[in-house]
Design a binder for this molecule. Structure first.
Ligand code: BG6
Length: 505
């Protein structure tokens, strides 16, 4: 990954975005491609073909993108120079097609190859940004149209799949089978945008490029680990998707499992995609199963009701458009997990995520064991606060170490302090959007920051019994919490019962 990606060059390629008129393409993918192009990282020999069902001319497609790019949070209108935009827009094309019509894929193949240059097939990056229901159809038609080109040879063909990777274990297995029926594993790039975040990539650097932490990283010194992914926004316009998903499928099965496996994995034998993903997958396989019967008691599920955040009243989840009025879907979940391997034996990992919480913040905190109750850690100075290493994934990206120091003066007055590293202050810039890094890696064929099929399945194997246990105990197990609060009181009790507190509050 990092050291191997420096100085790489992208070969000429054509990126085909299925679902090009959708939100993801307009808000995330195209702005990211524009930024990569602006930085000179794509060269000039690339083209983007938007594939969608509506009838549209190239010019209309480009105009729509221009508007969404300038509206996107990635770019401010004033940063787009008209000449630069026109140069970029000449790489954009539109292809109207039905996801289920083979004739439309044959026409797509002709278009793509004509962009590759005379008498040669183009390298192709196929991006599935459609609703998940269309994934398998598109893959099968790409295969029939001869566009999948199984194997790692040139001209290459790669498939990028957006989450969700299935709705449950069975459908994930089915999707994997469809993808691997047409492409080799090395050609399939399953995107989890959390892996594209600089702070998430930095977990490996923090752990393995510094000698101070790794020896402390395990059951000898770590009391417990917390992972919180807190979002202040609600479900917004995604009610129909979210109501079928819930926090366990939407956040835990993917993003949180990646954070957990990066924090807990063993040092890989190299920085290749294979070596890193081998270690991550081992962590997922070592997770102690939470049987359905225990899930009903040990897993706290919540759903937000009306509340107030930053002085603004917020509607409850059930009033969201396209959400069932009696919905039992969780918008919050908290639970305790164990990794049954040598390093992490009996160290609890507390995971928590929710929507409409007081602020947007993703943090992983490593809580070290207390010092012995001799010398300082006893009255009147003690109990002392234990050391905490907190990795702030977003926002205010950085890392802090909480430790004890003597306050100046004649008395032995001990106070907790925080040493802080802040990305913006140290590097002079906030980290780029995750999609920039991920798209560039996919174009270069580096799969390190993408999810391998066995990782997807291992994560589903862990999450499925929790989902089924919770849905069996639906009503009793769903706690309400007011929007703008830190979730149901039961989530506080979950950790307090073990004599601990949530770090983020
Ligand atoms: C997406 C989920 O994968 O991640 C959303 O579907 C969630 O529900 C989003 O809001 C969070 O991403 P980020 O980068 O804002 O933390």
């Amino acid at each position: 990954m990092a050291d191997e990606t420096n100085n790489r060059r992208v070969e000429p390629f054509v990126m085909v975005i299925f679902g090009a008129s959708g939100d993801l393409a307009r808000r995330k993918l195209l702005p990211a491609i524009f930024r990569l192009w602006q930085q000179g990282l794509l060269g000039e020999a690339f083209d983007v073909v938007g594939f969608a069902r509506s009838e549209m001319a190239d010019e209309t497609f480009r105009q729509g993108l221009m508007e969404s790019i300038t509206d996107s949070s990635l770019l401010e209108r004033e940063t787009i120079d008209q000449a630069a935009w026109e140069a970029f827009a000449s790489h954009l094309h539109y292809h109207r097609g039905d996801y289920g019509s083979q004739a439309d894929y044959k026409a797509l193949a002709r278009k793509v190859n004509s962009l590759g240059g005379p008498d040669q097939e183009a390298n192709c990056l196929f991006y599935l940004a459609t609703p998940p229901g269309a994934f398998e159809t598109v893959i099968s038609h790409l295969n029939q149209a001869g566009l999948a080109r199984r194997g790692q040879h040139s001209p290459w063909s790669r498939l990028v799949i957006e989450k969700p990777f299935g709705h449950d274990l069975n459908s994930a297995q089915q999707l994997n089978a469809a993808a691997l029926g047409a492409f080799e594993e090395g050609q399939v790039f399953r995107i989890d945008h959390y892996l594209g975040k600089e702070t998430v990539q930095n977990i490996l650097v923090l752990r393995f490029a510094n000698s101070v932490f790794e020896h402390l990283w395990g059951h000898d010194y770590v009391d417990h680990v917390q992972i919180t992914v807190s979002e202040s926004l609600g479900v917004g316009s995604r009610g129909s998707y979210y109501d079928q998903a819930g926090a366990l499928r939407d956040m835990v099965q993917n993003h949180m499992m990646h954070l957990l496996s990066l924090v807990a994995m063993e040092p890989p034998i190299s920085l290749t995609a294979q070596a890193i993903r081998n270690e991550k997958e081992k962590v997922l396989r070592s997770l102690r199963p939470i049987p359905p019967a225990c899930a009903a008691n040990g897993v706290v599920r919540g759903q937000y009701t009306t509340g107030v955040l930053a002085g603004k009243s917020l509607a409850g989840y059930r009033s969201t458009p396209n959400v069932r009025a009696d919905s039992g879907t969780e918008t919050f979940v908290a639970f305790k997990a164990y990794i049954d391997n040598w390093r992490w034996a009996s160290v609890p990992f507390y995971l928590r995520t929710g929507k409409c919480l007081p602020r947007r913040c993703t943090e992983i905190s490593i809580h070290f064991k207390d010092v012995p109750q001799v010398l300082f850690n006893k009255p009147p100075a003690g109990p002392l606060q234990a050391n905490v290493l907190a990795i702030r994934v977003q926002p205010e990206e950085g890392i802090s170490l909480e430790f004890q120091a003597k306050a100046p003066g004649p008395a032995m007055n001990i106070q907790p302090l925080r040493m802080d590293f802040d990305y913006e202050k140290s590097f002079g810039a906030t980290p780029p959007d995750a999609y920039e890094r991920l798209l560039l890696d996919a174009a270069m064929g580096d799969a390190t920051l993408f999810t391998r099929s066995d990782e997807v399945l291992a994560a589903w194997r862990f999450v499925m019994p929790i989902i089924s246990g919770c849905s069996q105990a639906r009503a009793e197990n769903l706690h309400e919490y007011p929007a703008g609060s830190w979730g149901p009181a039961a989530a506080e009790e979950l950790i307090r019962a073990d004599g601990r507190e949530w770090h983020l509050r």
